[in-house]
Design a protein around this ligand. Structure first.
Ligand code: 5GP
Ligand code: ZN
Length: 136
């Protein structure tokens, strides 16, 4: 899709802190994390939301989550994580390319869903901690 932000991240036209990629999926850090290590997992196949996409791509994002969630939590010292998906404008969806939010959680975490605005250097540090686990 020509005008899709996440398709442009897949193609590399727009930079992102990518932490995992395979034939069907891509995972990268959310630019406005609600928790440290907040990651978006997307299918490479463009579809506006879960319902519009194929069954294969829906399964593929869950497989990727199974693979990367324990590594992200271990890398960052998290003790759990939330998964969330906004489907449709009234559900809070802003980017119309299917994506799952993975939000690591920490001891005494207040579990707020409020965006923060870290600088690029901080996101790069988080990405590199996770990358070390994923290459092991
Ligand atoms: P939604 O509200 O559609 O479920 O979530 C979209 C998410 O994409 C938001 O959490 C937002 O912070 C994130 N986001 C928006 N633009 C960018 C971007 O250019 N790069 C990255 N990495 N994340 C983005
Ligand atoms: Zn797209």
């Amino acid at each position: 899709m020509d005008n899709c932000l996440f398709c442009k991240i897949i193609s590399g036209e727009i930079p992102a802190h990518k932490i995992y990629e395979d034939d069907e999926t891509l995972a990268f850090l959310d630019i406005g994390p609600v928790s440290e290590g907040h990651t978006l997992i997307i299918p490479k196949e463009h579809a506006t939301d879960l319902t519009a996409g194929s069954e294969e791509s829906a399964l593929a994002i869950m497989q990727t989550i199974k693979e990367i969630a324990p590594k992200i939590t271990e890398a960052l010292g998290a003790t759990g994580y939330n998964l969330g998906m906004n489907n449709g404008r009234d559900a809070g969806q802003d980017v119309f390319h299917t994506h799952m939010h993975l939000m690591p959680r920490y001891e005494n975490d207040e579990r707020k869903f409020v965006k923060s605005f870290p600088d690029n250097q901080f996101l790069a540090q988080i990405k590199s901690k996770i990358a070390q686990k994923l290459t092991n």
